[in-house]
Design a protein around this ligand. Structure first.
Ligand code: SAH
Length: 372
């Protein structure tokens, strides 16, 4: 699987698009807003920049990247009001892999800018927005040229599926029946995924360290794991339901078994301890804050909602969220012909699961500051 080519969210703004199905991710951005305020406020006060470069890494094609952009502008505007200083000129880079639907963001940008203007009241912050296609596991900017990086719901996507996961052992695919780390995955699969994440995340930190100006900061939030047992992690349950839905299609002859055996996600949900260890081992950033929180996979219910809810409707809501993320990868590896059937099976699976427990998405959120 060439991750750079097949990893992108469903484009456009139609019913199955990421743009129309990214409410949970928006909630995460609202949750980390105090971190944004602290980081941007401190950068502004320390550097009083005349020009400021900010990048959103893994911006995708939905409205959330513009939520981040307007929040950053509002924070700067408030800082200028308080200090009486002229606002800096700001340059925003929206980064994602080359197949991302950048056009969809830029077409909706006018509306976004209007809402920024309406919100900020008296101080207008001049700003420019550019798209930046490329992997955040490679260099994206010149040395010491960026004041602030933001990235949400992106860093759990690793740069590649570890090659050996596709190998066979005694004629059997190493990760038979799974598309990620699942209950029946052998320890080697766990080790390979873990090592890939460690390599990728360490590399990401080094690259961003080089690109940030002194005193630069980053707010990163991404999916992780709360469960102690890695085989039983929250995302293993969700991807396990996709695997079982695919397996039921194999049994009915709708999907080739070999196709399922060779499909593994370029994804890893780390624990908070793993992430903290990598940041500390690298030694390039101070962890200013590290929070974890959970969202419900169903965007229309919060985890603490105790109302009697319709599990079938909720299963369908969850399936739309997952479809908007996985569809391009599924269509490229299997065929676009299986997508409707697959996600309708997945919705039923989830509906049944919801009779036992809600499906939770644990999010890890960090504010990191470049060491002097
Ligand atoms: N930040 C947005 C979008 C999250 S979806 C939000 O919070 O709603 C995750 C995005 O990360 C996808 O668009 C995916 O293409 C992008 N992504 C994954 N790996 C990437 C990489 N190596 N480089 C750049 N973008 C990547």
């Amino acid at each position: 699987m060439d991750v750079q080519k097949v990893l992108y969210m469903v484009g456009g703004s139609g019913e199955t698009s990421y743009a129309a199905n990214s409410k949970i991710q928006e909630k995460a951005i609202l949750t980390i807003t105090p971190m944004l305020e602290e980081a941007i406020g401190e950068i502004y006060r320390n550097l009083l920049p005349e020009k400021m470069v900010v990048a959103d890494l893994g911006s995708s094609s939905g409205p959330n990247t513009l939520v981040v952009l307007s929040k950053v502008i509002k924070i700067i505007s408030n800082q200028c009001l308080r200090s009486g200083q002229q606002p800096p000129e700001m340059l925003f880079f929206l980064n994602d892999l080359p197949n991302n639907d950048f056009n969809n963001i830029f077409q909706s940008l006018n509306n976004g800018e209007e809402s920024v203007r309406a919100e900020k009241g008296s101080i207008s912050v001049p700003h420019f927005v550019a798209g930046l296609p490329g992997s955040f596991y490679g260099r994206l900017f010149p040395r010491q040229s960026v004041q602030f990086f933001h990235s949400s719901y992106s860093l759990m996507w690793i740069s590649q599926v570890p090659k050996e996961i596709g190998d066979k052992r005694n004629g059997m695919p190493l990760n038979k029946g799974n598309i990620y780390i699942g209950k029946t995955s052998p320890p080697l699969v766990v080790k390979l995924y873990q090592e890939q994440f460690h390599r990728d995340f360490s590399h990401f930190l080094k690259l961003r360290f080089d690109e940030l100006v002194p005193c630069g900061q980053m707010v990163l939030s991404f999916l992780g794991r709360n469960k102690e047992n890695i085989l039983d992690g929250e995302l293993s349950t969700i991807w396990g339901s996709v695997a079982e839905s695919l397996d039921s299609m194999v049994r009915e002859g709708l999907v080739e078994e070999e196709k399922l055996d060779t499909f593994n996600l370029p994804f890893y949900a780390p624990s908070a301890a793993e992430v903290e260890t990598i940041v500390n081992l690298q030694g390039l950033f101070d962890i200013i804050h590290f929070h974890t929180f959970e969202s419900n996979l169903d965007p229309f219910h919060d985890l603490d909602d105790n109302v009697v809810f319709d599990n079938v409707q909720s299963g369908a809501n969850c399936a739309k969220v997952i479809r908007s993320v996985l569809e391009p990868m599924i269509a490229s590896h299997f065929s676009s012909a299986i997508v409707d059937d697959l996600f309708s099976r997945f919705a039923t699976h989830v509906a049944n699961h919801l009779l036992k427990e809600k499906l939770k998405l644990p999010v890890l959120a960090l504010l990191l500051k470049k060491k002097e």
